[in-house]
Design a protein around this ligand. Structure first.
Ligand SMILES: [Zn+2]
Ligand SMILES: [Zn+2]
Length: 293
């Protein structure tokens, strides 16, 4: 069972894969023939019996197709959250709270220092920079699955309706999101466009392209990066990032702790990030907690 399409969760070459139809489509787009031999789609909310264990998938609000696995057996219920966030995302359905006996949570931003600002504020920073520098391009570093499409959708939500320019590495997944019904407005390849034409435009590229030769085709780019890690100044600096945008697809500290309280699981397993602090929080609340190595 694969919770979502990110490469640290969805690996190629499995014999059998069970996931939402969207996650299977993302895996096929990324891995082609190697996506998996036997691919079984399971829609959100549809129950499946596997050797007496009842399984259903519910939205995790992380990226398109992302799911939590709800497992029930003998009157008890375990929820495996995968990666998740709690704030609204125009590109995927919201996280569903499922009360349970055991909750397995991620902890990417599991430290009280991580409190993500409202997405709208970060998008407004980008639009303000665009206005301040009409002769420069805004080059925004985004991960290809989820972040790219979310930043685009947030720009559209903010009323930005000009074409957005894409690095070639982002095109396939943006196309797939659209085929799966996510509105992204007009997107154009950045390749082959005159330098002068990109003045005052927004260009999206994978983080690896921000400072390499590729970016020289752009007119004096303002280098931005959209990531939850932009909260850490050293990380932004390391990327040579002038305009850090804190936009995350992972729950921040407040979202993580609120989720533990809402699912109300007496037992919490913490994995995937800063396990210790969240583990400590859970124990303080009298949950039985343990960090999964
Ligand atoms: Zn993920
Ligand atoms: Zn992950």
């Amino acid at each position: 069972m694969v919770t979502h399409g990110h490469a640290d969760h969805a690996r190629p070459d499995h014999d059998k894969v069970l996931a939402t139809p969207e996650t299977l489509a993302i895996m096929r787009a990324r891995y082609g023939e190697r996506a998996g031999r036997d691919m079984q789609a399971l829609d959100y909310g549809t129950a499946l019996d596997i050797d007496g264990v009842n399984l259903r998938l519910v939205p995790a609000g992380h990226v398109l197709g992302s799911a939590q696995a709800v497992l029930e057996w003998g009157g008890s219920r375990i929820v495996v959250s995968g990666d998740y966030k709690r704030r609204p995302d125009p590109t995927c359905p919201p996280f569903e709270v499922v009360p349970c006996d055991v909750f397995i949570t991620e902890a990417t931003f599991g430290l009280p220092v991580f409190r993500h600002p409202p997405d709208g504020d970060e998008i407004a920073k980008l639009l303000a920079s665009l206005e301040t520098y009409p002769d420069r391009a805004q080059l925004v570093g985004v991960y290809g699955l989820g972040k790219a499409q979310r930043v685009i959708a947030l720009l559209r939500q903010a009323g930005y309706d000009r074409p957005l320019y894409l690095h070639g590495a982002l095109e396939a997944l943006c196309r797939l999101y659209r085929e799966l019904g996510v509105e992204l407005g007009e997107l154009r390849p950045a390749k082959g466009v005159d330098k002068a034409e990109l003045e005052g435009e927004i260009v999206l590229a994978p983080p690896s392209a921000l400072n390499d030769r590729w970016s020289r085709r752009l007119p004096e780019p303002v280098t931005a990066m959209a990531s939850g890690w932009m909260r850490v100044r050293a990380r932004a600096k390391q990327r040579g990032c002038e305009l850090p945008l804190i936009v995350s697809d992972h729950a921040d500290w407040d979202e993580l702790t609120r989720t533990l309280d809402e699912v109300g699981a007496p037992e919490v397993w913490v994995t995937h990030g800063n396990e210790e602090a969240l583990d400590h929080y859970a124990r303080g609340k009298d949950y039985r907690a343990r960090a999964l190595a």
